[in-house]
Design a binder for this molecule. Structure first.
Ligand code: ATP
Length: 311
């Protein structure tokens, strides 16, 4: 069975006077996936999300959500989505529960139990009766997600929910989004300007730069592009490979045109590789690790001219 596409965008463009914020962006989002929208500040991420949410009218292009064909169908489809874009999550003076109750009434959700459910889901059960102003940034982000979950959305669109969090907070939000994706079967579109924040979480990555979609990669493709390796060049490369296969059981490698080897395993164990070759009469001439970190890869993709935060 082919993968079901829940969002299908073709040549979407938004122009503000002379400023082209998004230029002919095309992409698809698969049902059940976590899709990362990644780009530096001003790349056009928020504008894309706002167009998906109907908050900004596109200048040109097409958008189909849950196969919607008309504007009316699109509006109906948006009821199955929730958005966390630049909006204040909540009234600071009210407690988490009171805020969620407001949201419940606004959305006409009959079941009061849903408040308890979402607070439990995001790990805020214990602090439901605390005022939002007393929450840490990480708790506020969790609350934002609880808020977004209230109406049992099928797609959640989150604009930089990890922005400003410390490394521990990043992991918490990442795990939470993965959990709701898995357990509640929610498709997630999440943006960030820091690629490593999104790594380990997304099934697909959409790279946007100066309003243009410059690359689409699956999580696996991204890892392959950035993967690290041990480059091995010896006085007898063919024999070296046979030794590594026989003695160290290596299976993940690439033989280069000149016969040298890029080994994608044993990277932490260079000494063993070197000793094994040497003890079997092969002299290593070059033995070095190579590859790019996620942020290096990202910088090289966007030309390395923009300021991109690395952590
Ligand atoms: P950030 O991470 O800084 O929010 P972004 O990738 O979300 O960046 P957008 O907010 O979508 O980027 O902005 C894309 C471009 O469109 C920017 O150059 C921005 O200045 C411009 N832009 C956005 N909204 C407007 C507007 N209402 N009027 C004029 N220009 C706008």
């Amino acid at each position: 069975m082919s993968e079901q596409i829940v969002i299908d965008v073709k040549n979407l463009t938004k122009q503000y006077r002379k400023q082209v914020a998004v230029n002919q962006a095309s992409f698809q989002i698969k049902k059940g996936s976590i899709c990362g929208l990644i780009g530096p500040n001003g790349a056009g991420k928020t504008t894309i999300m706002k167009m998906l949410g109907g908050l900004v009218i596109p200048t040109a292009g097409e958008m189909s959500i849950f196969q919607s064909k008309t504007i009316q169908e699109q509006a109906k489809a948006r009821e199955r989505m929730s958005f966390m874009i630049e909006t204040p999550y909540a009234k600071q003076e009210l407690t988490a529960q009171e805020n969620l109750e407001k949201q419940r009434l606004q959305k006409g959700i009959p079941n009061r139990e849903r408040i308890r459910e979402v607070l439990e889901l995001v790990g805020l059960s214990e602090v439901g009766n605390k005022k939002i102003k007393e929450f840490s940034l990480g708790m506020k982000q969790r609350f934002g997600i609880a808020n977004a979950l209230m109406g049992k959305p099928e797609i959640m669109v989150m604009d930089e929910p990890i922005n400003g969090l410390d490394p521990e907070g990043i992991v918490e939000i990442r795990e939470l989004l993965m959990k709701v994706n898995r357990e509640e079967d929610i498709t997630v579109l999440i943006s960030s300007h820091i690629l490593s924040e999104l790594s380990l979480m997304c099934d697909d990555y959409l790279f946007i730069h100066h309003g243009e979609m410059i690359k689409h990669l699956t999580g696996q493709e991204l890892m392959d592009e950035c993967r690290n390796y041990l480059h091995i060049h010896t006085d007898r490369d063919e024999l070296a490979l046979a030794i590594l296969q026989e003695q160290l059981n290596v299976t993940r490698y690439e033989v280069k045109e000149d016969g040298s080897i890029d080994l994608f395993e044993r990277l932490e164990d260079v000494a063993t590789v070197s000793r094994t070759l040497f003890e079997n009469g092969v002299i290593p001439i070059e033995l070095r690790t190579g590859g790019e970190s996620l942020e290096e890869y990202y910088m090289s993709m966007i030309g390395g001219t923009e300021h991109v935060e690395c952590n």
